[in-house]
Each structure stands twice: as structure tokens, then as C-alpha cells.
Design a protein around this ligand. Structure first.
Ligand SMILES: Cc1cc2nc3c(=O)[nH]c(=O)nc-3n(C[C@H](O)[C@H](O)[C@H](O)COP(=O)(O)OP(=O)(O)OC[C@H]3O[C@@H](n4cnc5c(N)ncnc54)[C@H](O)[C@@H]3O)c2cc1C
Length: 366
């Protein structure tokens, strides 16, 4: 069987990896270099966190981020927003949560296995400290995590210069740049086609030319909008830095939406939850991070997109000979292995997937 994977971001790479292992002939189609669209990320594998978007709490959090200058909104995706408004505060089915927990557990196991199997991968199991500016914010977060349906294991820790932190014990981290490089080597023999796909009546084209393949797998991130999936882009930025002081455990500054993650040759600062197409450079993230590492120096700057559905949960669905796998928002790396595994099972006709993951969940008539 021949499968064309449309989109070579992290979901496309994991899907291609599993399909390749099954002996399927895989081609990746992308208009950008493979992996580049996902390399900006912090590389935190956070199995006990899911960002539910369709809650008034999340909307309030975004407004708070805006006030602190952590996000910038220049344009609004109105069709997406109207779908969000229709499902605001609508509880998500238990079965969806259960499946996400299974997926997170699978992904965590896969990163560990891959880091043992593929020697070059840089993978660390050091947890994560979520830093809080105010006592009130810290207390609120502790209460939330205690009642979280994902039951994260955590302890409260001191962080100099801040009110305190919550240390998540099961978070791990992986260097995205190195991981992509190693994945490219793993997939060495796979054919890569450069081009931008479009879809008309479930047929795939590049320009006017119809593309032929036994099956197609769409893992196009925010580009999946072109294929009828309600995803919007929350843009973010990744800066590789050298820090003055060494540190082992990553930090997330929850009041600013900033992450600081250590690797052997550099550290990574990520920030931004923007609805804008331009690049936004800001000195705030670096100065916040400097507080815990005593100063830092920029190496390079990158940006990327979070493909978010109106509820923040992914889409996995089958349409004729097309499988769609996208919508992991700010957790594409975390859920990448599970998304890739399920997508390849769907391609192979092995595993039915519940209605919960169908994009039809957003097609609510008013
Ligand atoms: C600042 C920042 C930090 C982040 N940190 C983390 C983190 O620590 N942990 C975590 O789990 N997640 C993190 N994320 C989220 C994660 O980066 C995304 O969820 C992930 O990159 C999405 O992967 P994807 O493969 O779905 O899409 P993408 O990476 O966007 O890849 C999609 C690919 O499809 C291609 N494409 C699109 N349309 C077409 C078309 N029509 N034809 C051909 N090709 C097409 C694109 O060129 C692209 O290469 C972060 C995101 C940001 C912005």
C-alpha cells in the first residue's frame, strides 16, 4: 500500500515512522522542509496536562495574558470563534478524557523507548516547575491540579524571587531540533514531495494536478483548515539561548505563558499565544527567565503555530481513503506518538475511533 502524508510536522513524522515500520510505502508532501514547522517548540512532554479551550476560565486566562503583554491579537478567526461560542462551557464526554489519558501514557512510554533505541535523541526526565508570581495564583493552581481529571503528581516548591512553584514529577523534555534531525535519519528512505496540497470532493491536488495514492493522511497542522477541519492558529516563538547559570529542571512561568527548558548545548525559551501572522519579538520572556538563571544570551529565533480546535482536543477521523490527524494545540509534541500510532492504525483499517474525535462535534446548528 502507498500512503501520502500531507504535512511533515511532528504528527506527520510520527505517523510516517509507524507506517514505515509496518512496511507501508510512505511519501511525505510538504511545502516546507520536513520537521521545521514543529521545531520551535519547548519540547516539554506533559502527559498530565490538557488545555481545554471552550471554558470561560480559559477565555479569562487569555484576557489576563493579553493584559500582561504575553499575547497579541491582530486578527480573529470568526468561523472558529463562532464554533467556540456554541460549545462554551459544554462538558466533554468522560470517554474523551479517558482516551486522552491512554494516549498521554502511550506517548510518554514511546519517547522513553525511542530515546533508548535511537542514540542521538536528547531526552530528560527531570519534571517541570510551574512558577507563580502571586500567592493567590499559586493557591488557585494547587486547588485546580488537586481536582484535575488527569491526577498529576506534583509537589509545592520554593522559587527564589517568586511566590513559589508547583513541581510536576512526570513531565519530561526532549530537544525538538535534535529529535527532528534523528527522525529525518530514521525516515531516510522515504520520498519527500515539495508542494502545497488542496482538496476537492475528497480528491487531493497539487495545483491542477491530481495526486494518486492508495490512501492520504492529512497532518497539516493549522493548514488542515483547507481540508475542512476547524483549527485556528495560536502562534508562538522559540528562542534558543545560552544561560549564565546551569539548571536541570524546566520552568514554566504561568502568569506570562513563558517556558524555559534546559538542554546540553543550549536552553530554549518559548512564549506567545498570538492571533497574528507577523513575528513578535518581546523582551519580557527573556527578562522573566533571567530572574532564575542569572542572565541569558540569544542564539537564534524561530516561530510556529499551535493548531487548536474550538475545544482544544484533537481530531482523528476517516473520510473515504483519507485519514485526518491534527488539532493538538499546545501539546502536539506531547501527544505526537499517540496521534501517529492511531493515525497509522486508521490507515491500516485496524482501529475504529470513537465519535469523540470526529470534527462533526463542532458542527452544531444554532
Ligand atoms: C511556542 C510554542 C511552544 C510549544 N511547546 C510545546 C511543548 O513544549 N510541548 C508540546 O507538546 N507542544 C508544544 N507546542 C505545540 C506544538 O509545537 C504543536 O502542537 C505542533 O507543532 C503541531 O504539530 P503538527 O504536526 O500538527 O503541525 P505543524 O508542526 O504545523 O506541521 C504541519 C505541516 O503541514 C504542512 N502543511 C500545511 N498545509 C499544507 C498543505 N496544504 N500541503 C502540504 N503541506 C502542508 C506545514 O508546512 C507543516 O510542515 C508548542 C507550540 C508553540 C507555538
Amino acid at each position: 500500500m502507498e500512503v501520502t502524508v500531507i504535512g511533515g510536522g511532528i504528527i506527520g513524522l510520527f505517523s510516517s515512522y509507524y507506517l514505515n515500520k509496518e512496511g507501508v510505502k510512505v511519501k511525505i508532501l510538504d511545502y516546507r522542509p520536513i520537521g521545521n514547522a514543529s521545531s520551535h517548540a519547548a519540547g516539554l512532554i506533559e502527559p498530565y496536562r490538557i488545555e481545554v479551550i471552550n471554558t470561560s476560565h480559559m477565555v479569562a486566562k487569555l484576557i489576563d495574558y493579553m493584559k500582561r503583554g504575553a499575547i497579541s491579537i491582530k486578527s480573529i478567526d470568526f468561523p472558529w470563534l463562532s464554533k467556540l461560542i456554541k460549545i462554551i462551557n459544554k462538558p466533554l464526554p468522560n470517554s474523551l478524557w479517558e482516551k486522552m489519558v491512554q494516549m498521554a501514557t502511550f506517548s510518554l512510554r514511546e519517547y522513553k523507548r525511542l530515546s533508548e533505541e535511537v542514540k542521538g535523541i536528547e531526552y530528560h526526565e527531570e519534571g517541570l516547575i510551574e512558577v507563580h508570581v502571586t500567592e493567590e495564583g499559586l493557591e488557585r493552581a494547587i486547588k485546580e491540579y488537586k481536582k484535575s481529571r488527569l491526577s498529576p503528581r506534583f509537589e509545592v516548591v520554593e522559587v527564589k524571587g517568586f511566590s513559589g512553584g508547583i513541581k510536576f514529577l512526570d513531565t519530561t523534555h526532549v530537544s525538538t531540533e535534535i529529535f527532528i534531525e534523528e527522525m529525518r535519519k530514521e525516515l531516510g528512505k522515504i520520498e519527500v514531495i515539495y508542494g502545497k496540497a488542496t482538496m476537492v470532493s475528497n480528491r487531493i491536488f497539487i495545483g491542477n494536478k491530481e495526486l494518486k495514492s492508495d490512501k492520504f493522511l492529512i497532518t497539516a497542522g493549522t493548514g488542515s483548515r483547507e481540508f475542512g477541519i476547524p483549527v485556528t492558529s495560536f502562534k508562538g516563538y522559540g528562542i534558543r539561548v545560552k544561560t549564565r547559570n546551569n539548571f536541570k529542571v524546566p520552568y514554566v512561568f504561568s502568569d506570562y505563558g513563558v517556558a524555559l527548558v534546559p538542554f546540553s548545548k543550549w536552553s530554549k525559551v518559548t512564549y506567545g499565544f498570538d492571533m497574528t501572522s507577523g513575528k513578535r519579538q518581546s523582551s519580557v520572556p527573556l527578562s522573566i527567565c533571567s530572574k532564575v538563571v542569572g542572565g541569558l544570551e540569544e542564539i537564534d529565533f524561530n516561530s510556529g503555530e499551535r493548531p487548536c480546535t474550538p475545544d482544544g482536543f484533537p481530531v482523528l477521523e476517516v473520510r473515504d481513503n483519507i485519514v485526518i490527524a491534527t488539532g493538538n494545540c499546545r501539546l502536539g509534541w506531547t501527544f505526537g506518538p499517540a496521534m501517529g500510532r492511531i493515525a497509522s492504525d486508521l490507515i491500516l483499517g485496524r482501529k475504529p475511533i470513537g465519535e469523540e474525535f470526529s470534527s462533526s462535534r463542532f458542527h452544531i446548528s444554532s
